[in-house]
Design a binder for this molecule. Structure first.
Ligand code: HEM
Length: 205
């Protein structure tokens, strides 16, 4: 298969794969298959999907170092879909605290969001993702030049904050899940270190 066709296929897989969790969530919501705590279940699902998509986007560069350069253009849609799920995650949080639990008493949303450490790191991660999503266009890339790359390194900070958010939410008995993501993040970081990168490139040759 030509490179162009391969990329098209990968793009289709990326878009369809990223939208499937949303379709399943909508389906389960409509047919009331979200269990006894549907809003909590939606919070979990959107949070986890966001995390996975952000990690997949981050994995683009290390995987290209291993020789699979074709996946580089997929980092952008994966990151943007990740941002979409973070927006849904936050929206569900606001609706669940502000509308469902406290009947439009918005001060409870602020209290929960600003006085709980898990929510504060989540909000910082969200705030950092906003400029990244806003500058994801080719136009912004051209305008920002070298600064674009610098700015988009923030995605690593977002990933760290997201893992911390997960740690602070999990019960001690469930730490294995955030630990799993922390280990993957550490491996992705490792691949970015120049000596490791050079070794991988030398090994490929
Ligand atoms: C980049 C941003 C964020 C990411 C990647 C993220 C990811 C996650 C993940 C992975 C979970 C755990 C899912 C599970 O246990 O299966 C979670 C749970 C949760 N997140 Fe976030 N989150 C983000 C931002 C936020 C923000 C800004 C808020 C609200 C201020 C928030 C509120 C919550 C809540 C309420 C839960 C569930 C807590 C519970 O009921 O146990 N998250 N999030």
């Amino acid at each position: 298969m030509s490179k162009k066709k391969q990329l098209l296929l990968l793009r289709i897989i990326t878009h369809v794969g990223s939208l499937i969790p949303l379709v399943v969530m909508a389906w389960d919501f409509y047919f009331q298959q979200l269990g006894p705590e549907p809003i909590r279940e939606l919070t979990f699902r959107t949070g986890k999907t966001a995390l996975i998509l952000l990690f997949l986007s981050l994995a683009g560069t290390p995987v290209s170092t291993l020789g699979w350069k074709i996946i580089l253009p997929l980092r952008k849609p994966l990151g943007l879909y990740g941002f979409l799920y973070v927006c849904l995650h936050l929206a569900i949080f606001v609706v669940s605290y502000g509308v469902v639990s406290n009947l439009f008493q918005w001060q409870y949303v602020w209290e929960e969001a600003l006085f709980r450490r898990y929510a504060v790191v989540g909000l910082i991660a969200f705030a950092l993702l906003v400029p990244l999503a806003a500058t994801s266009t080719n136009w912004a890339m051209r305008k920002l030049g070298k600064n674009w790359k610098r700015l988009h390194r923030l995605v690593y900070v977002v990933a760290i904050l997201a893992v911390v958010h997960y740690f602070w939410l999990a019960k001690l008995s469930e730490y294995n899940k955030p630990i799993f993501y922390a280990v993957i993040l550490a491996v992705l970081f490792l691949f970015r270190l120049p000596p490791v990168r050079q070794r991988v490139l030398a090994w490929r040759k």
